[in-house]
Design a binder for this molecule. Structure first.
Ligand code: ASP
Length: 431
């Protein structure tokens, strides 16, 4: 009987939409993690393997799709207007995010009466100066930038390379074709890797819920609660509002279309690991044409981090309250500016913003010792909050890409409005 059962189980598995399989894995992962506890550490390697597989795709995908995207614009001048719109939107959404974070933290006052003296000081990363951030954009060796996954440098070189292909005209054609076919192949690989996602997600979530017990969260409920509320407000009001009032698109359909990327962001805590899925979701579910998806999204994964901005803002206000530092309106403005810069420099990997908040906290006069205590206090429960802020980081990129696509007439609204199922057996990975 079991021989009858297994083929039908397998086909049922593959016939179930990917997001349902991932969600199922997520719920199962929580249950197994809670029951198994620390033991769940032993299956973490399955999750790590999934993250490695998906990261394997990122660097070639980013380079090739940006080049292909720029070439398909056909006119380097268009790049300028697109770039300005994209950067402006990324900046504005980040500023709204940080404003929500700072306002809620000022109102709820999660740091009032919190005693941080028992925290084990965390180690800090030196904040990267703005000048150094600018320097890093121009690679001295593009191959080295590709090898070390230095995204801003890769993006910069890819844009120039694409513009070069257009400028040389006919002799650039073979390279343009090569990049086009490379982009299609990389997206296909992403589809294959995504078939492993449910197993990876299961292992990652079991590990997180098994090792980072709810107890760790208890100490920090006001802080975590404030951050979560700010995340939720930004997610639904800002992205939903952008869809409804700015773009006249259905917010419901937007959220429905992005769910695969959100689920992967949630379980991997890394916008850069999620990027291949983000690009697939944009093209196949949201109907954003490759010319926009492939240029706007890699940049977003690197510099646009609404969730991280909210978090850095909330923690900084929390720290000021805990240490009794009075904040003036000017302090809030300084924090908003500093957080926007920090979120640009934050790597799109798990836990990145925790180590980069030092720069923001220093602007309001906290000492290195105090900052180290705050980092030590938030670190133990960072993962669940990192999962949430990564969801926002990725959704923010997709919302901005949708807006730019609509403005540039590169949004296929029929695809946006229809219930596509990205990377299902029938439509993607299994083809
Ligand atoms: N994990 C976040 C991301 O990859 C970055 C952070 O806020 O730590 O988007």
């Amino acid at each position: 009987m079991s021989s009858d059962l297994s083929p039908s189980l397998i086909s049922r598995w593959f016939n179930t939409p990917l997001w349902k399989r991932i969600l199922f894995a997520l719920v199962l992962g929580v249950i197994v993690g809670v029951i198994w506890g620390e033991g769940a550490q032993s299956i973490r390697w399955i999750g790590d393997l999934f993250i490695r597989a998906i990261q394997m795709v990122v660097v070639p995908l980013v380079f090739i799709t940006i080049v292909a995207g720029v070439v398909s614009m056909g006119d380097p001048k268009r790049l300028g207007s697109l770039g300005i719109k994209t950067l402006a939107l990324y900046m504005v959404t980040t500023l709204i995010a940080i404003t929500i974070g700072l306002t809620l933290a000022a109102l709820i006052q999660p740091g009032l009466g919190v005693d941080l003296s028992a925290a084990v000081p965390g180690t800090l990363q030196e904040p990267v100066s703005f000048r150094d951030q600018l320097m890093r954009i121009v690679p001295t060796n593009p191959i080295a930038a590709l090898a070390s996954g230095d995204f801003l440098a890769i993006i910069f070189f890819a844009i120039l390379f694409g513009a070069g292909i257009i400028s040389v005209g006919e002799s650039g054609k073979p390279m343009a074709d090569l990049m086009d076919s490379g982009a299609a192949i990389m997206l296909k690989l992403t589809g294959w890797v995504m078939e492993v996602a449910p197993f990876g997600v299961f292992a990652l979530i079991a590990w997180v819920s098994g090792t980072q017990g709810v107890a760790a969260l208890m100490d920090v409920i006001p802080l975590a609660g404030t951050a979560t509320l700010a995340f939720a407000l930004h997610f639904f009001l800002v992205y939903g509002g952008m869809m409804k009032f700015m773009l006249h698109l259905s917010p419901y359909k937007f959220f429905r279309n992005v769910k695969n990327a959100v689920l992967v962001a949630f379980s991997t805590s890394s916008s850069s690991a999620t990027l291949p899925v983000t690009i697939s979701v944009a093209e196949k579910n949201l109907g954003i044409r490759p010319v926009i998806a492939s240029t706007v999204l890699p940049l977003g994964a690197t510099i646009n981090m609404d969730g991280s901005a909210i978090y850095v803002g909330v923690v900084s206000v929390f720290a000021a309250q805990a240490f009794g530092v009075d904040l003036t309106l000017v302090d809030y403005f300084i924090m908003a500016g500093a957080t926007t810069l920090v979120s640009i420099g934050t790597a799109a990997v798990p836990g990145a913003s925790v180590f980069l908040m030092a720069g923001v906290m220093a602007t309001i006069g906290l000492s290195p010792v105090q900052i180290a205590l705050v980092v030590g206090f938030v670190l133990p429960f960072d993962r669940p909050l990192d999962m949430m802020r990564t969801c926002l980081n990725v959704t923010g990129d997709l919302a901005c890409a949708t807006a730019v696509a609509k403005w540039e007439n590169e949004l296929d609204e029929t695809t946006f409005n229809s219930a596509n199922e990205m990377m299902d057996v029938k439509t993607g990975a299994g083809q």
